[in-house]
Design a protein around this ligand. Structure first.
Ligand SMILES: [Zn+2]
Length: 142
């Protein structure tokens, strides 16, 4: 974990507020994912993500789940709000041991400190990588 990752209470949710979360501590990993799936799912150039152990996060509200084959293999589960459609987090509550929270859903987005850029191959030029991130073509470490 990099020094600049903040130990804090990470609070956020979807656009309408029906889906909410609170995560405590410091994220295990943070970054921007430039994979095609994240681009398509978000309608944007990348998804900013924070990884937390499921024991550190509390979610409230019903979500709509979308499952797909993950870029790194296995199944990716994305949770969005069934009312407003806002994309909030990844992983299945009660099943997975960790969750990725999409940092754009934070109430205070200044808490987010991206460390790495992943799946940058195939990234369109306009999806800019901020200075100082560790860049991976594909999965981190690979
Ligand atoms: Zn909503």
């Amino acid at each position: 974990m990099a020094d600049n990752v903040k130990n804090s209470l990470y609070v956020g949710g979807c656009l309408c507020g029906a889906v909410r979360y609170e995560a405590e501590g410091a994220p295990i990993y943070t970054g921007h994912c430039y994979c095609v799936d994240c681009r398509k799912a978000s309608g944007s150039g990348f998804i900013p993500f924070m990884g937390f152990a499921s024991s550190a996060v509390r979610f409230s509200g019903q979500t709509r789940q979308f499952r797909s084959i993950a870029a790194r293999g296995g199944e990716a589960v994305r949770n969005s709000c069934p009312i407003c459609g806002g994309l909030v987090f990844g992983g299945e509550v009660g099943t997975h041991e960790w969750h990725t929270i999409y940092a754009g859903s934070l109430d205070d987005p200044t808490l987010f400190r991206p460390q790495m850029a992943i799946f940058t191959r195939g990234r369109p030029e306009w999806a800019v990588i901020p200075d100082g991130l560790t860049v991976f073509d594909g999965a981190p470490g690979g």
